[in-house]
Design a protein around this ligand. Structure first.
Ligand SMILES: [Zn+2]
Length: 229
């Protein structure tokens, strides 16, 4: 069931919806996060917030532009708020011991996420974390977020492992093709963001054989910018 908790923090979209951005709240409790996302002076919001027990709050109508992404870039889109639906997932995050995500909460993320993706025809390569669009600035939803599990349910994509020789130029090329914005962040921050999403057990910010292989496999699954949004 979806409850409503309207936020005044939104305006009109200037782009069609083509992305889904997942966040953690990074605050001590869901109650605090919900209050902040509805506070007109905070100037932040999301379309939805999902509590640890799986309760979903609808805060901003999907056709409106919620304020969750801030400065960022994905596949050349810099006004990510205009192009995306944002979901805030209640979790203390890095500032509160990086707790794991509760099962009912992840189930709710998957149910709601699949509905949104179907409703707006969002491509798997455009289902991202806040850290993917803002490397070096944001770390949510964090390396405990079960991206691989989500991909198995049809939310997002997951590359297969097989090591490749380390080749920085090729890796940067693959990461840019996937969507990371090299104009907005440095290479180490982008590699860290990629690893936080796809190689959470080995976040180093350094190119390694696994990172190169994963990025190359994922890039081959991702259409070029000329082919799709
Ligand atoms: Zn965020």
């Amino acid at each position: 069931m979806i409850l409503t908790a309207p936020s005044p923090n939104f305006n009109h979209r200037t782009l069609p919806i083509s992305m889904l951005v997942l966040h953690y709240t990074g605050m001590k409790t869901g109650v605090e996060a919900l209050a902040r996302l509805r506070d007109p002076t905070a100037k932040v919001s999301a379309h939805y917030l999902i509590e640890e027990d799986g309760h979903i709050f609808a805060m901003v109508a999907e056709h409106q532009r919620a304020w969750h992404a801030g400065l960022g870039c994905w596949r050349g889109i810099t006004d990510v708020n205009s192009a995306s639906i944002g979901i805030e997932i209640v979790n203390g995050g890095h500032d509160f011991g990086l707790p794991s995500f509760a099962e009912p909460q992840i189930k709710a993320v998957i149910t709601l996420g699949l509905e949104i993706v179907k409703r707006h025809n969002i491509a798997a390569h455009n289902i991202v974390g806040h850290s993917d669009i803002a490397p070096g600035r944001k770390t949510d939803p964090g390396e405990h977020f079960p991206w691989q599990h989500l991909a198995k349910t049809g939310l997002g994509q997951w590359p297969k492992h097989s090591d490749l020789p380390v080749d920085n130029a090729k890796l940067y090329n693959d990461l840019a093709h996937i969507g990371y914005g090299f104009d907005n962040a440095n290479a180490a921050d982008i590699i860290t963001a990629f690893q936080r999403h796809f190689l959470p057990e080995a976040i180093s910010g350094q190119p390694c054989a696994q990172t190169c292989a994963l990025a190359h496999t994922l890039a081959r699954l991702t259409p070029g910018l000329d082919d799709a949004p």
